[in-house]
Design a protein around this ligand. Structure first.
Ligand SMILES: [Zn+2]
Length: 155
């Protein structure tokens, strides 16, 4: 319950404009409120981002088995020594991990563009938070290494 700052008429909680004079009743959130709201919101988005595995990831997972086996077979074919064979297998595993990492990044990028970006823009509009203010709050309340932060910075 509040009173309209313009005409003094009583307003119900949740009313955005005064029913009598149309005055804007929206109370801007203070910094602590924006930060807490952003923290809860972004933590949820960050979780869904981490689970955003798609076809690229599923296609990259078998590389973890295929690459080392291929390396092993090639080494057998050329009859290289065991040190060279071992090195080739380690290299193949590292390469497969790199491919997997890129696939995960790519899926997260797509998921952010397709789904999360709109959620964030709706969130900003609903709470009337400016983008700059949101970015400041996000960088303050979210761990620097959180995935969502990398994407949010590009909004
Ligand atoms: Zn009023």
């Amino acid at each position: 319950m509040g009173a309209c700052g313009s005409c003094g008429a009583r307003s119900r909680a949740g009313d955005e404009t005064c029913a009598f004079c149309g005055n804007d009743l929206f109370e801007a959130l203070n910094t602590a409120e924006v930060e807490e709201l952003s923290r809860v919101f972004l933590t949820t988005l960050n979780e869904s981002l981490k689970n955003a595995n798609g076809p690229r990831v599923w296609a990259a997972v078998p590389c973890l088995a295929i690459f080392p086996v291929l390396a092993y077979l090639i080494c057998r074919y050329y009859q290289t020594g065991w040190i060279a064979t071992g090195t080739a297998i380690v290299f193949a595993v590292v390469l497969a991990l790199l491919v997997l990492g890129l696939a995960v990044q790519e899926e997260q990028e797509l998921f952010f563009e397709r789904s999360l970006k709109k959620k964030i823009l709706d969130f900003l509009e609903e709470h009337r938070i400016e983008k700059t203010r949101f970015l400041l709050a996000a960088s303050k309340v979210m761990p620097a290494k959180s995935e969502i932060l990398k994407h949010v910075a590009k909004l």
